[in-house]
Design a protein. Structure first.
Length: 363
């Protein structure tokens, strides 16, 4: 890249530097695009992740000495990117719908079908030395009965195909909210009529999603908005919905779950264990290392007892042995004089006696 372009990017401030880098830096030119200005797309048509934005942040900091926020990077790239689909290699129909816009497929607390469960078991058991001798003795679980799902609504399908307010080519791109307001029976289901897309309940979205898919409609984005569009399986004027495999649109409904059969109460296996006879039982003596309370507790106070103290007067050159009440504290041993002052003692290992030096007068 020419040096003048590098200088332009370095001199620019904030998201302006990101905008220029996306336009002038060969490492960033053409990498990102946008979908109707709503969100960024990477080269492969998937929505740009936080990791992709982080890579640009690190690149701008290392090459152009720019400390930018994630929002500045995203806004700068969004302003500099082109509309996805302008290039021949970009097919707008292949852009996946963002997770926030995807119709829910089941309740969070429902169990998946047996075929949908992802197992973590290995098929290679030749070298499985951890479990080759293991035998599971847990009782088998009772078989669960089949659970009905949220099927396509026949009343809505009939209204969409045969009523005076049936779906027409003018309804291509219709939103979930508009479909619900025209065909869903809120009174029968005891639900409030939503005022916006954000207020459409989870139950209504399940019913609308399964019914529209059974008709052969698919949710796609056009002009920055998500809406329902007919596929090749649907033809305007048909009086019957195309044959759809129910397993493709089964969405479970919490109030239709069949409870598991009551499990028999497991037998108490402790009743069959051998028990010690009274003749074998022995008294076990408590040998915990608790202190002997007969010696008395000090409640954390230093120990006091009388002992001999050798007074050494270096000025007079005399030594006298006097009996004093000694206090054994955690950090020192001392006695208290008539005024209550603490006089620190030193241990004389040769004579094995506590010693007090008069000239030091350690208090």
């Amino acid at each position: 890249m020419p040096n003048n372009n590098t200088a332009k990017i370095k001199m620019a401030m904030g998201l302006r530097s990101v905008f220029l880098a996306a336009k002038l830096d060969t490492n960033l030119v053409g990498r990102f695009s946008h979908m109707s200005g709503q969100f960024l797309l990477d080269r492969d048509g998937t929505q740009a992740t936080k990791r992709a934005l982080a890579d640009v942040m690190v690149y701008m900091a290392g090459k152009y000495e720019k400390l930018l926020s994630a929002e500045e990077v995203e806004m700068g790239l969004l302003a500099a990117s082109h509309e996805y689909g302008e290039l021949e290699s970009q097919n707008i129909d292949e852009v996946p719908e963002p997770q926030s816009q995807v119709e829910p497929t089941s309740f969070l607390d429902d169990e998946p079908e047996e075929e949908a469960v992802v197992t973590m078991e290995s098929n290679d058991t030749e070298d499985d030395f951890f479990t080759e001798d293991f035998e599971s003795k847990s009782p088998p679980k009772p078989q669960r009965r089949g659970r009905p799902g949220v099927k396509p609504n026949d009343v809505m399908i009939n209204a969409m195909l045969n009523s005076d307010d049936c779906l027409t080519p003018e309804d291509v791109g219709i939103s979930t909210l508009d479909v619900a307001l025209r065909y869903y029976n809120f009174i029968e289901n005891e639900l409030a009529v939503p005022e916006s897309d954000d207020h459409v309940s989870h139950k209504v979205k399940l019913a609308i999603g399964s019914t529209m898919k059974a008709l052969g409609w698919k949710k796609r984005m056009r002009s920055g908005k998500w809406g329902w569009h007919p596929t090749d399986d649907f033809s305007f004027g048909d009086t019957h919905a195309p044959l759809i495999d129910p397993d493709d649109v089964v969405l479970r409904k919490r109030d239709q779950l069949v409870l598991d059969p009551e499990e028999e109460e497991p037998e108490d296996i402790t009743q069959g264990l051998p028990r010690l006879s009274k003749a074998i039982e022995k008294d076990v003596k408590d040998e915990l290392a608790f202190p002997n309370t007969s010696d008395g507790f000090t409640d954390g106070l230093p120990e006091r007892k009388e002992g001999s103290v050798k007074f050494v007067d270096h000025g007079e050159g005399t030594e006298d042995v006097v009996v004093k009440e000694l206090v054994y504290d955690k950090t020192m041993t001392f006695f208290e004089d008539e005024d209550g002052h603490k006089r620190m003692l030193e241990w004389d290992a040769e004579e094995e006696i506590w010693t007090y030096h008069v000239d030091k007068e350690a208090i």
